[in-house]
Design a protein around this ligand. Structure first.
Ligand code: UFG
Length: 327
């Protein structure tokens, strides 16, 4: 397959690129390098610097590449993805996540490219009553991030009906860890790191003295939020399976990507203690956080024959190893 990976230098996008390369596919990356960086894997891909919210940047990649050979599949990773940040700056989320996807879909139409793999999120479920999310559940996002992804899901569905496009929409749960080569991983260069597993890794490595657990009065057994953590390499592999699935002409679908296991923040701390000390304090709740999010992964198993290879210990260990390597 020839695959365009939009946002292919970022944390998840770069792992997806690696999976595609390992399986001998031709990869073109479009990225504005806002969170990603040019790593060694990019030497094997055709790279375009550009922004998904700029029509001319998108048009240029499609024009240059499709005259050689049209894309078989487009993968979209170029979004803003922080729940807390989206609560304070929704405008940026609508601009980048919604407008960017509309421009991408319209450019695909112009060049008659039919297949898209879209990164959505567990945040579309909102605050599910029993915590376990099934793809057919009612969707009621409780933060702008989830809302923008839901708008995109619906946009893709309508475009698909009207313009005969095909899609696999993946709803990610909590992605963490790093590829075993430790060549690519989480972006620690951000001004503020907000994700739990990288923060725990830095606490273990004494880069931080301690961290704050955001609230212990949630509706869970130990009072801290429960999430479903999935290793980034497992998630990336699912994208390869999804691309083959849609390229083979199968029906469009929406699939959760999680492990079907929930861990509270305190259980993550417990698991992390195997790697070293983890100092923490209990603080206030963070705005926009649901109590429990766990994936039903049955559809991923049934449709893509997808199984996770890595467990929570692998996720934490690889995150610590990657952070340690960065120094
Ligand atoms: N947490 C803390 N202290 C911290 C950081 C996080 O207690 O310093 C808690 C959060 O409150 C939450 C849990 O750890 O309960 C996980 O938080 P993350 O920030 O790591 O991840 P989120 O669950 O907020 O969001 C992530 C992605 C979203 C995705 C979601 C799906 O950023 O894109 O997982 O569950 F939608």
């Amino acid at each position: 397959m020839k695959v365009l990976v939009v946002g292919g230098t970022g944390y998840i996008g770069s792992h997806a690129v690696l999976e595609l390369l390992k399986d001998d596919h031709e990869v073109v990356v479009l990225d504005n390098l806002s969170t990603g960086r040019k790593t060694s894997i990019l030497e094997k891909v055709t790279f375009y610097y550009g922004d998904i919210t700029k029509k001319e940047d998108l048009f240029n990649v499609f024009l240059e590449e499709c005259k050689k050979k049209p894309f078989d599949v487009v993968m979209h990773f170029a979004s803003k993805l922080l729940v807390g940040e989206s609560m304070s700056m929704p405008s940026e989320y609508y601009q980048n996540n919604v407008e960017g996807v509309r421009l991408l879909l319209d450019t695909m139409r112009e060049f008659n490219i039919k297949n898209i793999i879209f990164s959505s999120t567990a945040a579309v479920y909102g605050n599910p009553i029993n915590g376990v999310c099934y793809e057919e559940d009612l969707l009621k996002p409780i933060n702008p991030y989830g809302e923008t992804k839901l708008v995109c899901e619906n946009m893709i569905k309508w475009y698909s009906k009207a313009y005969d496009m095909h899609y696999v929409i993946f709803r990610y749960f909590n992605v963490a860890g790093a590829d075993s080569s430790l060549e690519i991983g989480y972006n620690y260069n951000k001004k503020v790191i907000t994700h739990l597993i990288p923060i725990v890794a830095e606490t273990i490595l004494n880069i931080r003295d301690k961290f704050t657990v955001f609230g212990d009065d949630y509706n869970t057994e130990d009072g801290t939020c429960i999430r479903d953590y999935i290793h980034v390499s497992d998630l990336a592999h699912a994208h390869l399976l999804g691309a083959k699935y849609i390229w083979d002409g199968n029906d469009s679908t929406i699939i959760n990507l999680g492990s079907n296991n929930g861990y509270s923040v305190k259980e993550i701390i417990e698991a992390a203690l195997k790697c070293g000390d983890v100092n923490y304090v209990i603080g206030e709740r963070r705005a926009g956080d649901p109590d429990v999010l766990i994936a039903s992964n049955q559809r991923a198993k049934d449709i893509l024959h997808f199984e996770t290879k890595y467990n929570i210990d692998d996720i934490i260990t690889s995150e610590v190893a990657y952070r340690k390597k960065l120094g």
